[in-house]
Design a binder for this molecule. Structure first.
Ligand code: ATP
Ligand code: MG
Length: 183
């Protein structure tokens, strides 16, 4: 399944609704310092279920909400929608009726995050599993953060193995086994 669109509203510096079309051949985003390039990649990770505020360069998860500027008041919520091409019907059972799969995460001040897949309310775990099984999760090595290459070189073998497992699409299986053992 391919990403086709990322829509941001009130997410970090993207205060007004912004659509990023992800067309074939897109390999990078360029622009002046501070224009929001890293924020775009963070939005992609966030909508896939990232739950560490530090990965969003914030102290708390609500820091992803537009915090206001000299001429604009702060927002009360942030929302990111990721659209995937589902023409081949590879989405999980129950979400396979459409040619597109739309995943939305919204965070509201003092109310936390809520997720939807194709307008149906789902749990964070459902979204995390969907992407873990597709090898494109929030921790996927397909998204390379600033400084991540040197982290990889210096990582302990166990941590490096985790990265390979995520790339191989088997991290969701470990999570399920862990949950089964707890039951
Ligand atoms: P560089 O080239 O330096 O890496 P960049 O294009 O990656 O820059 P980002 O780090 O994506 O830039 O964007 C930084 C901008 O986002 C800053 O101007 C910062 O003030 C703004 N920003 C981050 N969080 C928020 C927020 N919650 N509300 C408003 N603006 C925010
Ligand atoms: Mg950056």
């Amino acid at each position: 399944m391919r990403f086709t669109k990322l829509r941001l509203t009130g997410f970090k510096s993207f205060v007004d609704p912004t659509d990023l079309l992800i067309r074939d051949g897109l390999t990078g985003v360029v622009g002046p310092n501070g224009c929001g390039k890293s924020n775009l990649l963070e939005a992609l990770r966030w909508v896939m279920g990232e739950n560490r505020a530090s990965a969003m360069r914030g102290g708390g998860m609500e820091d992803v909400i537009f915090a206001g500027a000299a001429t604009r008041p702060a927002r009360n919520f942030a929302e990111v929608t990721l659209v995937l091409d589902n023409a081949e019907r590879l989405a999980p059972a129950g979400f396979n009726d459409n040619d597109a799969l739309e995943i939305t995460r919204r965070i509201t001040r003092d109310a936390g995050s809520a997720y939807k897949v194709n307008t149906k309310d789902v749990r964070a775990r459902d979204v995390q599993m969907l992407f873990a099984d597709a090898s494109t999760g929030a921790h996927s090595p397909a998204l390379v953060r600033q400084g991540q290459i040197s982290e990889l070189i210096n990582a302990k073998p166990k941590n490096r193995r985790r990265i390979l497992e995520e790339a191989a699409g088997i991290s969701g299986l470990y999570q399920r086994r862990h949950e089964a053992e707890l039951k």
